[in-house]
Design a protein around this ligand. Structure first.
Ligand code: FE2
Length: 331
């Protein structure tokens, strides 16, 4: 995708480690080549190409915008609006991460501490309500580490069918169920520390139960005010509608990472019929995903669009201050 208008020039950028599947690079990287470009001109370009960007995000899995004149959270908000994407609000989501909003649609990405790895996942694929895309904005890269790993789940699905056909078939046919323990108050020290009150947007246990019943969850109240909630059976594989299927779930993140003072990853996930996963299969899936992961090397001002149905994302550990903001797009 090479675009040139008189005022604003964009070219495809190639970087080390970039992948290619069916002649589509992953991720697609678009670089602004106009010196001292101003934000309004960039936004006009984004508006003009919004339909194409939407389509490219689905084909490539992710687009990284480099050297665009996006400098602040407000610029990022304006960029997303220029894309024309409908907002998916955190307060309506059942995400288990603790977040802080900057604008109506921009929030700080998971506030878990730097030494916590956030494993590859599709955003909110462990709940019945999920975004179609997400966008990231690098306000400040970490001094060390802190890349956002991205992995094409359709490519992973093909590898799983080749190497672990029985496991892949079980995922597709049985789906998955997730269990997690939510605290009685937000716990910012955990990657999954959102309280049950905030998760369900309620004040009382009765209201929480009403919400869970409607969504098909089962639950158990624990003595310490925590809630153990189990999802209904959710799909683990998504048909992308163009011949591709993706490993659309939170299996890797749940199996490797749903660990805090309340949660034990070995109890976090089963097949949809309640049968256990073979831990070796889950670990092999995680290793295969890691082998085809691209680490976004954040630079200040970068914007990335990730198609949530096609690509998984996570967060590497880091040192120093890292400010990566996020925004979710409604389906
Ligand atoms: Fe996420």
């Amino acid at each position: 995708m090479s675009q040139a208008t008189t005022e604003f020039q964009v070219e495809e950028l190639k970087v080390d480690g970039q992948q290619e599947y069916d002649s589509k690079v992953f991720p697609l990287i678009l670089e602004c080549k106009t010196p001292d470009a101003d934000l309004e001109t960039a936004l006009a370009w984004v508006r003009e190409h919004s339909a194409e960007l939407d389509q490219k995000a689905a084909e490539h899995g992710s687009i990284l915008f480099r050297n665009f004149p996006t400098k602040t959270d407000m610029d990022f908000d304006a960029f997303i609006q220029a894309c024309g994407f409908p907002n998916f609000q955190y307060k309506d989501s059942l995400s288990n991460a603790v977040r802080t909003n900057r604008t109506e649609r921009v929030f700080t990405a998971n506030e878990a501490p730097p030494e916590v790895t956030i494993y590859l996942h599709h955003e909110m694929a462990q709940t019945p309500i999920y975004p179609s895309k997400l966008l990231f904005f690098c306000e400040k890269p970490a001094e060390e580490g802190g890349a956002t790993p991205l992995c094409r789940s359709d490519v992973l699905m093909e590898k799983l069918y080749e190497e672990l056909p029985e496991f892949a078939k079980n995922c597709e046919e049985k789906g998955l169920k997730y269990t997690n323990v939510m605290p009685g108050a937000d716990d910012a020290a955990s990657g999954m520390g959102r309280s049950w009150q905030s998760t369900w947007s309620v004040d009382t246990k009765e209201e929480a139960e009403e919400r869970m019943t409607k969504l098909g969850y089962t639950w158990e109240w624990l003595n310490d005010g925590c809630l153990r909630a189990t999802t209904p059976k959710l799909p683990a594989v998504r048909d992308l509608g163009d011949g591709r299927k993706s490993f659309y779930n939170q299996l890797i993140a749940a199996f490797k990472g749903w660990k805090d003072t309340r949660n034990d990853p070995s109890k976090a996930i089963t097949f949809g019929d309640g049968t256990p996963l073979d831990p070796n299969d889950a670990l092999r899936a995680a290793d295969l995903a890691e082998e085809i992961t691209f680490d976004v090397p954040w630079q200040q001002g970068d914007v990335a669009i990730v198609d949530n149905y096609v690509a998984m994302h996570g967060r590497r550990t880091f040192a120093g201050t890292r400010k990566v903001l996020a925004s979710l797009v409604a389906a």
